[in-house]
Design a protein around this ligand. Structure first.
Ligand code: ZN
Ligand code: ZN
Length: 172
């Protein structure tokens, strides 16, 4: 089983300039909050593929890849949804090079793998998480699940309040 990692010690790889290494690591992912709903990575921990190469002049080029489903309620009908995501992210870290080439996930040759995986997962989540692409959602009048109720589901148009008045008059 691959080791579980929150942080990863890049210096510990002892790479020479131009050398690279590819590793498999299990990384636990915190759930992502979207509005009032929570979405979890599945599997959790994710099986991440991390490539590290030591660049000429120092620093590291990093590539992260993993597959995970974002599991949580469908944003239309609230039934369970878990769209599958293929995630890939790259970072470059050259110490003391100025902001552009310094990765926010690398500090003193330690890679904050948990934060990187979480951010990459959050960025990959689609703006609409659906149980299926053509989910019909809930009826706006009675909240019935329209995927089950079928296309014939409909309501009589709401009664006109003036009829109530007429009815009252007739009863008197
Ligand atoms: Zn749905
Ligand atoms: Zn309805």
């Amino acid at each position: 089983m691959p080791p579980r990692a929150h942080d990863f010690d890049l210096a510990g790889l002892r790479l020479n300039t131009g050398e690279g290494r590819r590793l498999q690591l299990d990384v636990p992912v915190e759930p992502i909050q979207l509005g009032s709903e929570t979405y979890e990575a599945q599997p959790n921990p994710v099986h991440a593929d991390l490539s590290v190469s030591r660049m000429n002049g120092g620093g590291y080029a990093l590539r992260l890849a993993f597959a995970a489903a974002a599991s949580g309620p469908c944003m239309r009908c609230l039934r369970p949804a878990s769209p599958q995501l293929d995630i890939e992210a790259r970072e470059v870290d050259v110490p003391h090079s100025g902001d552009e080439l310094e990765s926010p996930y690398v500090h003193d040759e330690t890679l904050d793998l948990a934060a990187w995986v979480r951010d990459a997962f959050a960025l990959a989540i689609p703006s609409k998480i659906l149980c299926r692409a053509d989910c019909l959602g809930l009826c706006p009048i009675c909240a019935a699940d329209l995927n089950e109720a079928g296309p014939e589901h409909s309501h009589e148009s709401a009664p006109d309040p003036r009829w109530d008045k007429l009815r009252e008059l007739r009863l008197e």
